[in-house]
Design a protein around this ligand. Structure first.
Ligand code: SF4
Length: 257
């Protein structure tokens, strides 16, 4: 498979599991027994009342409304490799600078490179000063492999997972992310499995009315109700934010809002 960059009308729909594998081969490297991953930067962000955040390089979707930097599309050009120890030490230093107790990984897709993520979580679990780790994911890899969800559930005392949904139908999922429509269900399956395993999970959805009709939104919420009737009550609804890279991606995809 050719490495997919920005989404354009000509890009063939892709397999996001295969794109995750290809991306992993670019953004991860083994250092002895440890697995290092590329990050662009670390900083404290205002969400969740101030949280130290590491921004990973690379994703396995190509959402045309994505705000992530160009490292999403050109992972070989950006960031540097951090071992799990370097990641946790950097996050802790930032966390302490604001007197906080929570850390987060965001930016691209953190679940790419399972070994690196688990090594980071093992270090976090061993620290009494970190109370919470927030994992932000598109849910594709977690919905593909239940053993991954089971492994994450080992850390359920400290981990909260935020699954971000992109669409309410397979066709719209494919149109907005570039992935083949048959992968639409994976994030929903991830939510179900995470809840089954007792992992605190909440859902974010891109329901910007410029993209999503009321009917599609209704269908999406109905799918969430089928998993757990409480889920729709706590959904975080997102709108498009027009960063320069977002505008570029919308233009390349031929989307006019
Ligand atoms: S919005 Fe999230 S899932 Fe979609 S391409 Fe950007 S980082 Fe990946």
């Amino acid at each position: 498979m050719v490495y997919v960059r920005e989404l354009t009308p000509k890009v063939p729909r892709f397999d996001p599991i295969e794109l995750a594998r290809l991306t992993e081969s670019i953004v991860c490297k083994r250092v002895g027994t440890r697995v290092a991953r590329k990050y662009t930067h670390f900083k404290v962000v205002k969400f969740y009342g101030g949280v130290a955040t590491g921004f990973v390089v690379g994703c396995n979707l190509r959402c045309f409304f994505c705000w992530s930097p160009p490292s999403r599309d050109y992972p070989e050009r950006y960031g540097r490799f951090y071992t799990p120890e370097e990641v946790v030490n950097t996050l802790v230093k930032l966390m302490k600078s604001v007197g906080g107790d929570r850390v987060r990984i965001s930016g691209g897709e953190p679940t790419i490179s399972r070994e690196h993520l688990v090594q980071v979580l093992e270090l976090i679990e061993a620290r009494s000063d970190i109370r919470l780790f927030i994992l932000e994911t598109n849910g594709i890899l977690l919905g593909y492999d239940r053993s991954y969800v089971k492994e994450l559930s080992r850390f359920r005392d400290k981990v909260v997972v935020r699954v971000s949904l992109k669409a309410g139908t397979p066709e719209k999922f494919s149109e907005r992310t570039g992935a083949k429509p048959n992968y639409f269900e994976l994030p929903f399956r991830a939510i179900r499995w995470l809840l089954d395993e007792g992992v605190e999970t909440y859902v974010a959805v891109m329901t910007d009315p410029r993209l999503m009709t009321r009917e599609e939104r209704r269908m999406l919420f109905s799918l969430l109700t089928g998993i757990d009737p409480k889920l729709p009550l706590e959904v975080e609804e997102e709108s498009i934010e027009f960063f320069p890279q977002t505008r570029r991606r919308l233009r390349l995809a031929g989307i006019e809002l």
